[in-house]
Write a new protein. Structure first.
Length: 341
């Protein structure tokens, strides 16, 4: 294969507060010819996720930051266009950690590159409901939330990639499920389409009292994704013995100094009778990923779990789409379509 041109988006500077266009730079390079054991993957869909904001910052975290000038990190779904490995043939569909770019050279032994089957569920869903966010929901609720049928589960960012799956699995497990989302349209979707028992709009004036009305038996499990005012309201309504798996707190991700933010740890820690709470990473459950993948793919294929996607167009637009996660302009899993097959 002759040398291919590859467009990528690199981190140009560390954002202070909300990322802006100047924090990213579009670069063009060429893809070197493959060596033995290498596979060339063309990105079809790029996943945009809240954790990427953390990687843009130098603050201490569970993962190293992206270096200035390096390609922004991301999971992608793509197609093998050239292979020097017996494990992959041209035309195989894969998920990998290509980052924000058009082409990626993977080594055939890279555990982060794996085949997927768009015959079972649409390719893009391997980045969402059947991918990292779906697995986060699955392990976060089942392993960290320790649900018991009949309990009340409250889910923040309920219409989003993770939250939508948490609530639907909660219903399967016999929980009473209350979502929290921004705006009437998202709340209606969560209740009417996803089948949550209730969904409360945190942007409405009476949010605290509406949450109380929606949870007549108090809160046994709170799946935490947002922090801030939402968490303050939830914290007043915990039952004793409650669990609050902390998946994230997106309301603080664009803070100028995240270490100075009032986080869910502060809010829960101040309670007289705090819920059991700890931050968990989906990767903590890596050995059991196959279990989640197979359950999620089965549920999505059968229509038992529904999902919504916001599909942006074009790699160049990725920085703009990324900002949508923090304003709630996305509706469901945010992906970018980078290329046609
Ligand atoms: P998402 O819900 O699809 O998108 C983000 C949503 O967050 C937005 O649509 C918006 O929904 C809501 N939001 C943004 N700013 C907010 C604010 N200031 N206050 C309240 N809500 C706000 O994103 P996702 O991929 O599913 O991620 C959800 C959370 O899970 C994030 O905290 C993420 O970091 C975390 N996560 C953790 C792990 C892990 O392993 N620990 C893995 C994956 C994801 P509204 O329109 O409803 O406001
Ligand atoms: C992972 C663990 C956690 C991962 C993403 C996350 C891409 C996201 C964490 C967050 O949003 O806080 O292995 O892989």
């Amino acid at each position: 294969m002759s040398e291919l041109s590859n467009k990528s988006i690199v981190l140009a500077s560390r954002p202070v507060g909300e990322p802006t266009a100047k924090d990213f730079r579009l670069e063009t390079s060429s893809v070197a010819p493959l060596k033995d054991g290498e596979v060339l993957i063309k990105t079809l869909y790029l996943s945009l996720d809240p954790y990427m904001r953390g990687r843009m910052s130098a603050a201490k975290s569970y993962a190293d930051p992206v270096a200035i000038g390096d390609v922004m990190v991301a999971e992608t779904a793509g197609i093998v266009v050239d292979s020097r490995s017996d494990n992959y043939v041209v035309g195989d569909y894969v998920c990998c950690r290509a980052g924000w770019q058009e082409y990626f050279v993977s080594h055939h032994k890279d555990p982060m590159t794996y085949k997927v089957d768009p015959g079972k569920v649409p390719l893009s869903t391997y980045l969402g409901v059947c991918g990292m966010p779906g697995r986060t929901a699955y392990f976060g609720l089942i392993r960290e939330g320790k649900p018991v049928a009949g309990e009340t589960l409250v889910v923040s960012a309920a219409s989003g990639a993770v939250g939508s799956v948490v609530g639907q699995i909660g219903k399967k497990l016999g929980l009473y499920v209350v979502g929290i989302a921004g705006g009437e349209k998202k709340c209606a979707y969560v209740k009417d389409e996803l089948g949550f028992d209730e969904c409360v709009d945190y942007k409405s004036d009476n949010f605290g009292s509406a949450l109380k009305t929606a949870c007549p038996n108090g809160i046994d499990i709170y799946f935490e994704s947002v922090g801030g005012a939402v968490t303050e309201a939830v914290a007043k309504q915990f039952n004793s013995g409650a669990r609050a798996p902390i998946c994230g707190y997106i309301a603080s991700y664009n803070a100028t100094d995240i270490t100075k933010e009032r986080t869910p740890f502060h809010i829960f820690g101040e309670l007289k009778n705090p819920p059991e709470h700890k931050f968990f990473l989906v990767f903590d459950h890596y050995p059991d990923f196959a279990e989640a993948n197979s359950a999620l793919t089965k549920w999505v294929a059968s229509g038992e779990i529904k999902y919504q996607e916001t599909v942006g167009e074009g790699l160049e637009m990725a920085p703009e789409y990324f900002s949508w996660l923090f304003s709630g302009k996305n509706f469901g899993k945010l992906v970018v379509k980078v290329a046609d097959e």
